[in-house]
Design a protein around this ligand. Sequence first.
Ligand SMILES: NC(=O)C1=CN([C@@H]2O[C@H](COP(=O)(O)OP(=O)(O)OC[C@H]3O[C@@H](n4cnc5c(N)ncnc54)[C@H](O)[C@@H]3O)[C@@H](O)[C@H]2O)C=CC1
Ligand SMILES: O=C([O-])CC(=O)C(=O)O
Length: 320
Amino acid sequence: MARKKIALIGAGNIGGTLAHLAALKGLGDIVLFDVVEGIPQGKALDLSQCGAVEGFDAKITGSNDYADIAGADVIIVTAGVARKPGMSRDDLLGINLKVMKAVGEGIAANAPDAFVICITNPLDAMVWALREFSGLPHNKVVGMAGVLDSSRFNHFLAEEFQVSAKDVTSFVLGGHGDTMVPVIEYSTVAGIPVPDLIKQGRSTQERIDAIVQRTRSGGGEIVALLKTGSAFYAPATSAIAMAEAYLGDKKRLLPCAANLTGQYGVDNLYVGVPVIIGKDGVEQVIEIELNEEAKGNLQVSVDAVKELLDACKAIDPSLA
Ligand SMILES: NC(=O)C1=CN([C@@H]2O[C@H](COP(=O)(O)OP(=O)(O)OC[C@H]3O[C@@H](n4cnc5c(N)ncnc54)[C@H](O)[C@@H]3O)[C@@H](O)[C@H]2O)C=CC1
Ligand SMILES: O=C([O-])CC(=O)C(=O)O
């Protein structure tokens, strides 16, 4: 059987980490693409030289030519710019929208059958725009944010309850911004709902509320520490989990930015919801019962994403 091909558009911090993880996990041969000459080639050579130590034999190449992504099974897009302290993700919209146009056209022309995972921020607007520019089916274009945000929430909850993060599950829904919606009612430690753990006196509502807030500003906390860019290890790990779900037809139920067609009362917009990922890409959007507070919070988040889509349409009328 032919090896799978993984194309990474953007060979920066996340792109390089994605390539490393994909090679270590044996997902397939890897093409790192970037507009900057030398960066993808240099990273590809460096990563290839891990193979003899790690025992992997993936072919890793760097390129500045979209023709080299031809036939890719999975494409992960991180092309664009990351924020610096003092900026919001939304401040990246103007510059990254132009990047999404180039990337969408490159994918459409060279790898229209790929499963495309977008990471570039502001995520919900960029994945929507990338889908529009590429013209690929909606089920084959998905955004990564919820896996990362839930993983952050799980990490903080694991610290709070002093348990392994492996035993914590949660859903963070909505847009990947300050309005994201960590849902406490669906957060558990080995199946025990967090509200029950609060009742047992293992934490307090105030402490959990502070964790929700820390999760919401989890990206900004790292930006403030790094000063030169944003998080990249956990974002890369999260996207690789989504790629593995597709390549292995795993039917994983993950929170991802998916196109909604009426679910949650939302139409024609990408936002974070639980989805099943398998060989057909986003195979199902799962609707979960939300209490009134979570419903209201999700609506606020959806409205924030809508505003970003309007901003995209104002910048590029071809999207209107
Ligand atoms: N969705 C999420 O949860 C997360 C999203 N992000 C976002 O991911 C993006 C990438 O982050 P990093 O890898 O840290 O940034 P980075 O700056 O290290 O890498 C971005 C790369 O994109 C390249 N690039 C720029 N324009 C391009 C184009 N037209 N075509 C191809 N490549 C192009 C740059 O040369 C650079 O190598 C940012 O927008 C960041 O905000 C970051 C973390 C989490
Ligand atoms: O905060 C940022 O700019 C990067 C990001 O989306 C995250 O780490 O969640």
